[in-house]
Design a protein around this ligand. Structure first.
Ligand code: F6R
Length: 230
């Protein structure tokens, strides 16, 4: 899964040095970032002019806090492959004016002419980025209340459920659908059911990822277990 996704992104960056990437955090893309780091180290790809947007951030966590997605993206990818600071767009979970932070982020994405390749994981409840069930298919970057399911899935990083932030900023489903190309990755048995619902159930707001059914350039990359209910 990771190798396939990395191969596509390396190919695309080699075609367009100024590619705009939207990148998920979490467990799923760890191997993908590892492969991108390796390819960079081996001189197979240059990320010098690549532009990166992260997709979500916990509210209340500074970008230097190790469980923040900003920290994750820097340490798993951006800082390791030479993404310029001026080309790295991270959501600020400690912005004083969160509404403005969200509006500015949408504007920054638009200014880059949108996201060329968006890399997504999926939550067990069907969230993509942090668009929780019930999210509007047209939603844009905004503040969202995290569900129990999402907080529970991330509790191990915080050592306790109580410490997992209750809110996040996330790009919207509308923002995601405007990306020119999307790769959805999933691995493991615990993603099998939601992957089947995402791809086979009728598009509905209870499964936010089902919005992807209508995307013109969607690539789904699964391991065998995640594909086992298809
Ligand atoms: C993280 C994100 C989330 C994760 C999802 C799956 O930036 O956007 O949608 O992709 O929660 O998380 P993992 O990969 O940890 O199972």
């Amino acid at each position: 899964m990771s190798a396939k996704a990395a191969k596509i992104v390396i190919r695309e960056v080699n075609k367009n040095q100024r590619l705009v990437l939207g990148l998920a955090s979490g467990r799923t893309p760890l191997g993908f970032y590892q492969r991108l780091r390796l390819a960079h180290k081996q001189g197979k790809v240059s990320f010098n002019n690549v532009i990166v947007f992260n997709l979500d951030e916990y509210i209340g966590l500074g970008k230097d806090y190790k469980n923040s997605y900003g920290y994750y993206l820097r340490h798993q990818f951006a800082d390791k492959v030479g993404i310029k600071d001026s080309n790295l767009y991270l959501l600020n979970g400690r912005a004083k004016d969160l509404k403005k932070e969200c509006q500015n982020y949408e504007a920054k994405i638009r200014k880059q002419n949108g996201i060329d390749w968006l890399i997504l994981g999926i939550g067990k409840n069907g969230h993509i980025a942090f668009n929780e069930p019930g999210s509007s298919f047209r939603s844009i970057t905004r503040v969202i209340n995290l569900t129990y399911s999402s907080r529970l899935a991330n509790a191990p990083y915080f050592n306790s459920l109580a410490k997992v932030p209750k809110r996040a900023i996330t790009v919207g489903l509308g923002t995601i659908m405007r990306a020119k190309n999307i790769i959805l990755m999933a691995a493991g048995k615990n993603k099998a059911e939601i992957i089947a619902q995402t791809l086979k159930s009728e598009k509905n707001r209870a499964v936010p990822a089902s919005a992807l059914q209508e995307h013109k350039n969607l690539i789904v990359i699964l391991d065998k277990l995640a594909a086992s209910c298809l």
